[in-house]
Design a protein around this ligand. Sequence first.
Ligand SMILES: O=C(O)CCC(=O)C(=O)O
Ligand SMILES: [Fe+2]
Length: 495
Amino acid sequence: MPGTWTVADHVELLRRSLKTAVPYTSGVQAVRKEDLRLFYCSPEGENLKGTARYIDFGEGNSEESLALLAGACQKAKFGSEEAQGDVLDEDYRKAGKIDVEDFLVRLDAAEAGILDAVAAELLPPTHDDMEEKVLRAEMYKLNVYGPGSFFKAHKDTPRGDNMLGSLVVVLPTQHEGGALTLSQNESTWVFDSASQLQAHSGSGSPVVAYIAFFGDVTHSVEPVTSGYRVTLTYNLFVTTSRSTKTVTLPHSRIVPPQELACETSLRALLADSEWFPNGGHLAFGLTHQYPLPRDPRADRKSFIDTALLKGCDARLRNAAVRAGLQPQVRLMYRIRDEEGYTYSRPPALVIMDKPVKVTPGGMHFEYEDFYDGPSLDEDIEQQGTVLQEVNERGRLLREGKVKGEGNGDDSEEPAAKRQKLNHQEDDGTQGNADFAGELVCWVTPPEEKNKAGSEYTTHLGNDYGESFVYGHAELFVRIPKVGEEGRSVVEADEE
Ligand SMILES: O=C(O)CCC(=O)C(=O)O
Ligand SMILES: [Fe+2]
């Protein structure tokens, strides 16, 4: 029962909440037969205008008509960070594609109910304090995977900071192979659309199979072994603007149990006068990656809108808001951390809401020498909030005494033993004479990749994107100190 839980138990619950996430949703959707007609432009050679053709996926298609469609495709390229553009490499992706301007299909993912089903699972839940969010699907390509076609592991290119992920609709054709496999944080999932479509064939009413997944999920298409696998792909965006092609979640939502559990733990921690007596921050390296501007200097009002968090990350954000806290995704800088330099003060972590503004005449703000030179460090220190790491009780870590505390290494130890170790702490305000910032406990470790100025992950996308790349993000939840507004403690009468 939470009532008898220790601080360590509550923090562990918050930590675990970020580990349980299924980053996709899939299914089979019945559609109207007339919506399965597809018109496309068949190129007739170099200088000739294309010829219009159509294919009806509502009628068991012949190999011949599918081969004609495949013949109308261009070889699909993919985005490469290395080449900084699209490349054709049939060892990595062997598939045909038709761009949106060269085909028309009556099927409408929103009208067919697919977007509703996807939104219910993937659209970040809005909290009362937030503007209502809608999901918009933008058709992207038609892909044809004939025998021997495949697409190796990649992430789809983020096309905006509000891009949530991708939707793939697999049209009903007889084929084998071509399963879409997804992987994230050591878990893998397989979406075998061929067998799902097969199971529904002959039922009289036509169906399509679909899968939607968060954009930061690595996925691949296994080789097609027979027949043709034909897909429509869409980019999914979270937006607040209404149009007929968007889907909204009902506003009064049922709070999922995991979110309630996180809220309960946060409330229990806040009520404990011994916990973070001087306030500070709980910090979470988030599970999902988010579209970040390729240029880390890009002028942005805030780093990532927390309304755009996905899955378990959104759940944690909502739990914090429900507990009366203000979770924020912040930019993170490390100062006095450059090898080869000697600084009079120790390295520190600084969080900010906007990229640092460099004092004119100070260090030139160059990508490569971002950390180079104390004047930039001073700018960062002045404009941001300096953090000092503490353990999960909000106490300063004393060198060598409570090592491992707060990073999950000791999660198997009995709580009593951990509590014993904790008497070697102080309240975090006297440990470092130079320290004039705020305290932070990392509930889940930060990812190295999002430190401003560092290279973001290099990966392959489905088309090169100039403006955004996926990067790691951290959620900072500010904890008021005992007595401050938002922190009403229950005096403990513990043994
Ligand atoms: O056609 C599909 O199944 C999706 C392939 C894919 O991952 C992509 O186009 O990015
Ligand atoms: Fe993809």
